[in-house]
Design a protein around this ligand. Structure first.
Ligand SMILES: Nc1nc2c(c(=O)[nH]1)N[C@H]1C(S)=C(S)[C@@H](COP(=O)(O)OP(=O)(O)OC[C@H]3O[C@@H](n4cnc5c(=O)[nH]c(N)nc54)[C@H](O)[C@@H]3O)O[C@H]1N2
Ligand SMILES: Nc1nc2c(c(=O)[nH]1)N[C@H]1C(S)=C(S)[C@@H](COP(=O)(O)OP(=O)(O)OC[C@H]3O[C@@H](n4cnc5c(=O)[nH]c(N)nc54)[C@H](O)[C@@H]3O)O[C@H]1N2
Ligand code: SF4
Ligand SMILES: [Mo]
Length: 695
């Protein structure tokens, strides 16, 4: 790109704001314009992206200066909004929250933090909810993403995060990749997996109902019926135990409850597994041999495992398999949930969760509560709060009266959008703090314009627990303010002065209260981020967890039984709907759909259908169909492809005009409360007269 003469340009190193890979990028900017985004190359030994970034990193950041950015606070007037100044806006937020707390109590108010915002901002948000409002009703999108991983891995190992590092991928002999469309959704990690296989001869087993790109590179691709993973995982363990391929020394010295696991997996013989999952016995046996005979085997997984009512059981089964073969606590091994958003790991670390304080410290531990009360100077609530979906169901039932949303778009991202619309409308007071006016924002009483990541200093923590700097390249857009600053200003109006001068101040408080971040200081993050746990300022960080023992002492096997998903197909709704993502768009589309270079490549929603089903229904590529569930219906163009198995449809959830969540259902994992986004029953009807047959 040619830079106009006379325009001074600067290059600012920061962290990509899309996915959890956490690539280091340079923003090349003039005072007002983003000129281009280039990968950061000069990066230390554990370098992640070594000079490559994906298409969203390169072409997806032009939302920063988009003309749709919110410029001023907006207050609802009739059906529209009116611009107001910050004083008026902040007074209204503080007065409304104070009034509602006085009338109905602190637990009638809830907040949603944001995996798009920095650690410092999430810390301030949860502190505001706990110390100023007085409730633990604080959660964020991790609930819809890896809540099941957090629950299962904390139970099995004692701590919940990706156990190993991204650079470990090439140290594994075998990679078992389950329910992760890695090349589209964690592209830089996807390339690492592809290179490990194509260039280094590592073995790859892909388990996914959909033919993802990596299936082509895999030594084995297993294609289970959606929602049946516990069965084949138990089946693999059945084979491994029956053939004496398990790691006896490891199981004896490092784990407990093996006999109960052995008893449970006994009945999952390859024939039963075939009946449940459709995986052929010889394939199951071969995959079991590959995984168990590897010196080092890594399990990498994502939403195909977690977004089920049995999501916690799925992850427990994964943890069982890894421990059975001695693969946790070694380089090149581990149980590796790929965290989705740029800072979802950090938002969890910061206690943007209803049952945990920063650093996963327990609300029920008296010494911990005392420590936070001393520093924050107020008594704290100790009863766990509501989770994200429960906050909305409680709003619908009138138990939650006010909701403060920082950087989320639940009307499009939560299950059963029609229900969610009713829930949001029933609130007495909804405040949405975002960089754009979202579908959710349109329902708010007040919308607060915040600064984007490119206008901020702070930190994001990526999927491998690496805390990395975010650096300011622009002043906030028009009248927008920094997220942490907005919250501290509301807080002050409610009588609690937080007193921070900068994000660095906030990080110092985080380090003082949060042992896993104990040694995190900005000065140490200049060149390269540090992986937690990092307990003190001399600690180099931790590339892999559970080396000499699990955080809970012994690793705990949790025997789990297969159970089917909630809403099975029937005569009226004969198809399974699976929802997810595509390479060019991101979550609810607020950012990626404003980038013309991405939009051009992927301009409209589609529904993937197998050729066999298309023939039976008499539909061609490019025809429009109506897809309906018991909750609602959407119209989308058909894409006929063998990527998706017969009997299953796939719709990405990025497009508000064919919002996949109009179809999904509110069925929650009983422990993690994650919705079953990957499975509900739908039917398909061709629409006569719309669309062309060629496309
Ligand atoms: N381009 C892009 N990248 C993103 C995002 C985005 O929206 N767009 N979002 C980010 C976020 S927030 C997240 S959480 C991650 C998510 O990243 P992924 O988890 O990779 O995303 P999904 O497309 O939701 O689902 C992953 C895979 O699960 C498979 N699957 C569905 N059901 C089952 C099942 O029962 N068993 C098995 N084994 N597999 C199943 C699907 O076929 C799909 O290939 O991506 C992050 N990165
Ligand atoms: N059907 C279906 N639904 C799903 C999923 C699925 O696979 N299928 N996946 C689920 C998962 S894994 C996730 S993570 C959720 C994601 O759900 P959401 O978090 O609701 O989705 P996003 O589009 O990422 O919303 C982020 C919002 O933050 C705003 N934003 C960006 N930067 C900033 C900032 O610096 N400050 C502030 N204040 N705002 C900012 C954006 O404009 C956007 O409105 O969706 C879930 N929903
Ligand atoms: S892989 Fe993820 S973090 Fe890296 S450039 Fe792409 S979207 Fe950004
Ligand atoms: Mo996510």
């Amino acid at each position: 790109m040619v830079i106009p003469k006379g325009m001074s340009t600067r290059k600012i190193r920061t962290t990509c704001s899309y996915c959890g890979c956490g690539c280091q990028i340079n923003l090349e900017v003039s005072d007002t314009k983003l000129i281009r985004v280039i990968p950061h190359k000069g990066f230390g030994l554990n370098s992640l992206n070594k000079g490559s970034i994906c298409i969203k990193g390169t072409l997806g950041h032009h939302f920063i200066r988009h003309k749709d950015r919110l410029r001023k606070p907006l207050i609802k007037k009739g059906k529209g909004f009116q611009e107001v100044n910050w004083d008026e806006a902040l007074d209204l937020v503080a007065d409304s929250l104070s009034r509602i707390r006085a009338a109905y109590g602190a637990d009638s108010i809830a907040g949603l933090g944001s995996a798009k915002c920095t650690n410092e901002e999430n810390y301030v948000m949860q502190k505001f909810m706990r110390a100023v409002i007085g409730t633990n009703n604080i959660d964020h999108c991790a609930r819809h993403c890896h809540a099941s991983s957090i629950a299962a891995l904390a139970a099995a190992f004692g701590s919940a995060a990706m156990t190993n590092s991204i650079s470990d991928i090439e140290k594994a002999d075998v990679i078992l990749l389950i329910g992760s469309n890695t090349t589209e959704n964690h592209p830089v990690i996807g390339i690492k997996i592809r290179n490990a296989v194509a260039r280094k001869g590592k073995k790859l087993i892909v388990v996914d109902p959909r033919e993802i790109d990596l299936a082509k590179y895999a030594d084995m691709w297993l294609r289970p019926v959606p929602g049946t993973d516990v069965a084949w995982l138990n089946g693999m363990m059945h084979v491994i135990i029956a053939e004496d391929l398990w790691n006896k020394g490891y199981v004896e010295t490092r784990t407990e409850n093996f006999l109960a696991l052995k008893e449970t997996v006994k009945k999952y013989n390859p024939e039963l597994v075939e009946k449940i999952t459709g995986i052929l016995p010889q394939d199951l046996i071969k995959a079991a041999h590959l995984y168990a005979r590897a010196e080092r085997a890594s399990i990498i997984y994502a939403m195909g495992m977690t977004q089920y009512v049995k999501g916690t059981d799925n992850v427990k089964a994964v943890a069982n398999l890894a421990m059975l073969c001695g693969n946790v606590g070694i380089e090149g091994g581990g149980v590796n949930p790929l965290r989705g958003q740029n800072n979802v790991q950090g938002a969890c670390d910061m206690g943007s969760l209803p049952d945990l304080l920063p650093g996963y410290q327990s609300l029920s531990d008296a010494a911990t509560i005392h420590k936070f009360e001393e520093t924050w100077g107020v008594p704290l609530p100790t009863a766990p709060g509501l989770t994200a979906t429960e906050i909305l169901t409680a709003s619908k039932e009138g138990r939650i009266k006010a909701l403060y949303i920082m950087g989320e778009n639940p009307l499009i991202s939560f299950p059963d959008s029609s229900y969610m619309r009713e829930a949001l409308k029933r609130l007495e007071f909804l405040v949405v703090q975002d960089i754009f006016l979202t579908e959710t924002g349109k329902l708010a009483a007040i919308v607060l314009p915040s600064a984007s990541f490119a206008e901020k200093d702070g930190t994001f923590t990526n999927t491998e627990r690496r805390i990395q700097r975010v650096r300011q390249a622009f002043v906030p857009y028009e009248d927008a303010k920094l997220d942490w600053e907005i919250i501290t200003l509301v807080s002050e109006r409610m009588g609690y002065k937080m007193g921070y001068q900068s994000p660095e101040d906030i990080m110092q408080e985080i380090a003082s209260l949060t042992p896993i971040y104990g040694g995190i200081y900005y000065a140490r993050l200049e060149k390269q981020g540090i992986q937690w746990p990092c307990p003190d300022e001399n600690h180099p960080g931790t590339p892999f967890l559970h080396k000499d023992g699990f955080d809970r002492g012994l690793g705990l096997f949790h025997p789990v039984e297969f159970a089917p998903p909630t809403e099975l197909p029937d005569e009226d709704y004969p198809f399974i709907l699976s929802t997810g993502r595509v390479r060019y768009h991101y979550n609810t589309g607020t950012l990626s759909r404003r980038c013309s270079n991405l939009n051009r490549r992927y301009p409209e929603p589609f529904v993937e259908i197998n050729p066999i089903d298309a023939t039976v229904l008499g539909i061609d590529n490019g025809t429009f169909v109506r897809v309906s569930s018991r909750r609602g219906s959407v119209i989308a163009k058909v894409r006929i492809t063998e990527r998706i198995p017969a009997g299953v449809l796939f719709i990405p959830f990025h497009f508000r005009e064919a919002a996949a969540n109009l179809l999904t259902l509110i069925a929650l994992d009983p422990i993690a409360k994650i919705p079953e986004y990957k499975f509900c029953a739908v039917n398909v009807k061709p629409l006569k007269g719309i669309g062309s047959k060629k496309d």
